[in-house]
Design a protein around this ligand. Structure first.
Ligand SMILES: C[S@@+](CC[C@H](N)C(=O)[O-])C[C@H]1O[C@@H](n2cnc3c(N)ncnc32)[C@H](O)[C@@H]1O
Length: 603
């Protein structure tokens, strides 16, 4: 999910050049060959994929790590708040680290070896650049006037590009939503886990809630010690520990820190033995399609199977990682009757890829929160909050009704900002029911959830008379290579250009114009309709595509292809092969177009 409306780091470009210099310096000194870089790469290539785990990301994450230390000096110890940080140098950072290890040893706030090496390698001149970067970032935090506990949320989300963070679903939850969810679900003293806690937004809110009560110190300490967070990213856990320290240092010097670097989906060790009363959080929202390695894709497919939520083969690429987090929590982390409350993509209530998710096997007391468009806009993807309890029985619920509450802003604001302290009000509630429940190949499929009133107005549920006459067509991708507009050149030849409509929703690398004014034989142009332009009894728009097929028999043969069409096909095939994901098995563009023989099947 992408938060578009955040407080922003201003003039970031001023330090970009300095960051680039550090990156070049490390590369020139072959830092990538050191054990430090290699052990960093081992961790971070799992988190962000091999493509993004590069020297630049190493530099950015190392900078964030050291900002953590400076946060201790400036915010936790409130030292030199007003100074302009000019004295930040290697010695100071070393000094802080030594003190840090001594003072906070009992809190298990680890240091991260592969980052410690970062400072040591630079000559004095480069350290000056580094100081300037630290200075700029720390000043940005302090100037932002945010509560200090949100400093790292602010920094992480502004400093690392959304493209990188998408790979591990690192988009945090705004405090106003976190607050509402915590108030609804958390009862004082309960054991709580956020299995993908990031820098701890949900846990921070729970700590604040505990501190606000008028319970005894002992009771509060016990409740704090019951808070747990896991995250796959060691940097996030390190920063979360610092925020805990900031919130608790004055009153509680001896609290337990239960924050662990842990892969909540695939790691299995002793942490898993602990079970909780409440699982709360916002699991990552990427899908199987976003995973680069074939091995990791297979792990995800197997886990979806094991959790009984794997979709049919045509939908496998859309497996939602957040859906796995929901069912995995039930299996490994929830006590009997425990509660779970997640921010999750709306796709889980409507998508065809989540029809087994909607069986809610092993869950009961399901509730949904829906949001007005203005609130939804805070993320770029439609989302819901999904609440449930673990049920004693692991049966699929056959007939269920889910109450859904619709929230909007109390004051009708023009635009909503991520850190705004706003109140959500419940506008109305509806009851959601499955459109239908079907059994296919021994598997129960719960079709999308719709409102009970809507279902009353629908025609009786049975397959449409036309259903058997319709077949899903081919997925004609990548569109930027084959969707065209054309002008007649002569009787036989046409001049083609890309149909620019397809670029609007295209994603990299398929969002480029790859050809201009190319000639092809007219007979290779086909008229196509996309499902989005097909409504009941009407096709209201269409496209032209280039396909290297003979019209009479839909044959594909390179040797008999027209001269111009062959040249054009060779060109776009090359572009396809260069840009396709390494995990895509197709060996040519044609194989991709004709997946499942959908293109040439003459049905
Ligand atoms: C959407 S963020 C949520 C962070 C925090 N709960 C919040 O809402 O502000 C998702 C988090 O999941 C973490 N993550 C991704 N895959 C994970 C895994 N397999 N196990 C644990 N954490 C994971 C990411 O590092 C990221 O911090």
């Amino acid at each position: 999910m992408i938060n578009s409306k955040k407080v922003e780091l201003k003039n970031l470009h001023n330090i970009e050049k300095k960051i680039e210099e550090l990156e070049i310096f490390l590369s020139n000194h072959e830092f990538q060959k050191t054990v430090y870089y290699k052990s960093w790469y081992k961790d971070f290539s799992v988190i962000y994929g091999q493509k993004f785990a590069d020297i630049r990301l190493y530099v950015l994450s190392a900078i964030l790590y050291f900002i953590g230390y400076l946060f201790i000096v400036k915010v936790i110890r409130s030292e030199n708040k007003e100074s302009d940080f000019e004295h930040i140098d290697l010695d100071l950072l070393k000094e802080i680290q030594i003190e840090f290890k001594k003072d906070y040893r009992n809190l298990g706030i680890f240091t991260i070896d592969y980052y410690n090496q970062f400072l040591k390698i630079f000559p004095q001149e480069s350290l000056k650049s580094l100081t300037e970067i630290f200075h700029y970032l720390l000043k940005s935090i302090l100037d932002s006037k945010l509560n200090p506990e949100y400093s790292f949320d602010f920094l992480l989300q502004n400093f690392l590009s959304p493209l990188i963070r998408h790979k591990s679903g690192e988009f945090y939850t705004p405090p106003f939503l976190v607050k509402k969810m915590v108030n609804f679900s958390y009862k004082f003293g309960e054991s709580v886990l956020d299995p993908s806690c990031g820098t701890g937004n949900f846990l921070i809110e729970i700590i604040k809630k505990i501190l606000r009560t008028n319970k005894t110190r002992e009771e509060k300490l016990k409740a704090i010690n019951n808070i747990h967070g896991y995250d796959i990213n060691p940097l996030s856990i390190f920063l979360a520990k610092l925020i805990f320290l900031y919130l608790l240092k004055d009153e509680f010097s001896n609290y337990e820190v239960n924050l662990y670097v842990f892969d909540s989906l695939f790691q299995s060790d002793k942490i898993l033995k602990t079970k909780f009363d409440l699982i709360i959080g916002n699991p990552p929202w990427y899908t199987l399609r976003d995973i680069d390695s074939l091995e990791n894709q297979n792990k995800v497919k197997n886990l979806a199977e094991e959790l009984d939520i794997k979709p049919g083969s045509k939908n496998v690429l859309n497996i939602e990682i957040s859906a796995l987090f929901f069912y995995k929590a039930k299996k490994d982390f929830m006590k009997e009757k425990a509660k779970i409350f997640y921010v999750i993509t709306k796709g889980v209530i409507t998508g065809s890829h989540t029809s087994r998710f909607r069986n809610f096997k092993g869950f009961t007391d399901i509730r949904i929160w829906l949001f007005s468009k203005k609130i939804e806009k805070i993320f770029n993807i439609e989302f819901i909050c999904l609440y449930a309890r673990k049920s004693k029985s692991s049966k699929v619920i056959s007939k269920f009704k889910i109450p859904a509450y619709e929230f909007s802003l109390k004051k009708n604001k023009e635009s909503l900002k991520y850190f705004d302290d706003i109140e959500l009000v419940e506008d109305s509630s509806i009851t959601l029911v499955p459109y239908s429940i079907e059994k296919k190949a021994g598997k129960i499929l719960t079709k999308k959830l719709i409102s009970q009133d809507e279902i009353r107005n629908l025609l009786p549920i049975k397959a449409s008379y036309y259903k058997n006459l319709f077949h899903k067509g081919a997925d004609l991708n990548p569109r930027n290579l084959i969707f065209i507009t054309y002008k007649n050149e002569n009787k036989e030849l046409v001049k083609i250009n890309i149909d620019e409509r397809v670029l609007k929703r295209a994603k990299s690398p398929w969002n480029k114009k790859e050809f201009e004014n190319e000639l092809i034989e007219k007979r290779y142009i086909f008229k196509v309709v996309k499902s989005t332009e097909l409504v009941k009894f009407l096709i209201y728009d269409y496209y032209y595509v280039f396909l290297p097929l003979e019209k009479e028999n839909l044959n594909f043969s390179i040797s008999t292809l027209g001269k111009y069409a062959k040249k054009f096909y060779d060109m776009i095939n090359k572009i396809y092969l260069i840009n396709k994901k390494s995990t895509t098995k197709n060996r040519s563009l044609m194989e991709n177009l004709d997946r499942w023989s959908k293109l040439r099947n003459q049905r």
